[in-house]
Design a protein around this ligand. Structure first.
Ligand code: ADP
Length: 350
């Protein structure tokens, strides 16, 4: 079977971003306050101080840039900042704003101290991005009226607001935009203990019986990502209802996830195809990301944003100046014989 034929049946487990029908489910589980938000202690502690200080000064919070892989809680944090400030969250995304007029419309409608959340901010078209500069700096937008000799710029004052922007690719942000943020936080993958807490809370909200060992099994297989642990819970509780007694036990979680193609380390088919390509087609690497992408018929951007970060994190892949290499651990996990030169002596590449 070709790689292209394998793609459509990969289902929603593989997608790291939320599918539309998932939005309602995510909203239900989304923490509304700093108390409910699990993990990311450093970012949370610092944002709490920023929010408290802003409230005491009756000002808005400085603009915030959050970066990290999808599903780690960037949108959730933006919502919490708005909640804690007692204002509204106005969500949008880089690709959704095609023209300057659309951004103008959004900015001029913001109420005082509202939080404007722009997801995938690195995808904002450049002319739109340039409109943001005075908006962020002076809370003003410049309208150009008339043309040629008669052209005049009118300054329109905005109500003070906080921009919370999220990106999976901080390196793709232009320097002028990056410089206009006062607060930066990198969100990292979650530990198994944190994901266990998250999924236990989610199960309680959904009133789904979940045994502690079942919660730990889901956490272990969630690629360090809250969105995925919640998604797996949804799948597994259906499985528990149909094939078990309704309670998610360790055994039910184990069987359900195996049948979904999620393996013991939480890798799904896309992860394994990525590793298989490096190992089988390129003898373990080094190989460029573009070549792997072409081999498995996926795009390099998706692989670098959504697949590779976790494989790097668990040390299954290393980046070298010549390209990506699969490590000894990756070979072992896939039950393949590593060549003598495979990188990754235990602990060397964390
Ligand atoms: P991102 O914007 O980074 O893609 P989201 O903020 O949309 O991620 O989070 C995805 C889902 O994961 C949310 O619906 C939320 O329920 C859950 N989630 C994310 N971070 C946390 C957290 N720290 N604690 C509890 N749940 C979380």
């Amino acid at each position: 079977m070709s790689a292209a034929a394998a793609a459509p049946d990969e289902g929603k487990i593989l997608s790291r971003v939320a599918a539309p029908e998932e939005a309602q489910f995510e909203r239900q589980l989304r923490p509304r306050s700093f108390e409910e938000y699990v993990g990311q202690e450093q970012a949370v502690a610092s944002l709490r101080v920023s929010v408290e200080a802003a409230k005491l000064r009756r000002e808005c919070v400085d603009h915030v840039l959050l970066y990290g892989p999808p599903g780690l809680g960037k949108t959730t944090l933006a919502g919490i900042i708005a909640n804690e400030m007692g204002t509204s969250l106005v969500p949008t995304s880089g690709p959704a704003i095609e023209r300057g007029a659309e951004l103008m419309g959004i900015l001029t409608n913001l109420a005082e101290h509202d939080v404007l959340f722009i997801d995938e901010v690195h995808r904002l078209p450049r002319p739109v991005e340039e409109l943001l500069y005075p908006a962020m700096e002076d809370f003003a937008v410049n309208f150009v009226i008339d043309k040629g000799m008669h052209a005049r710029t009118l300054k329109y004052a905005l109500r003070p607001f906080t921009l919370v922007a999220a990106t999976t690719r901080p390196g793709m942000l232009s320097a002028p935009l990056r410089e206009r943020f006062g607060i930066f936080h990198h969100l990292d993958f979650y530990s198994d203990a944190e994901l266990t807490r998250i999924v236990t809370r989610s199960a309680a909200i959904l009133e789904s019986p979940l045994e502690p060992a079942g919660a730990r099994e889901l956490a272990r297989r969630s690629r360090g990502t809250p969105r995925i642990v919640n998604r797996l819970l949804r799948r597994v509780r259906d499985y528990a209802l149909v094939k078990g007694e309704g309670t998610v036990t360790e055994d039910i979680a184990h069987r359900a996830l195996d049948s979904e193609g999620v393996d013991a380390r939480g890798l799904d088919r896309l992860d394994r195809r990525f590793l298989d390509a490096i190992i089988d087609r390129y003898k373990g690497g080094p190989v460029g990301l573009e070549a792997v992408a072409a081999t498995i018929n996926d795009d390099a951007e998706t692989l670098s944003e959504m697949v590779e970060p976790y494989l790097l994190k668990i040390g299954f892949v290393v980046r070298t100046p010549k390209g990506r290499c699969a490590t000894r651990e990756a070979y072992q996990h896939l039950g393949k014989q590593p060549p003598a030169r495979a990188p990754g002596q235990q602990g060397l590449f964390g």
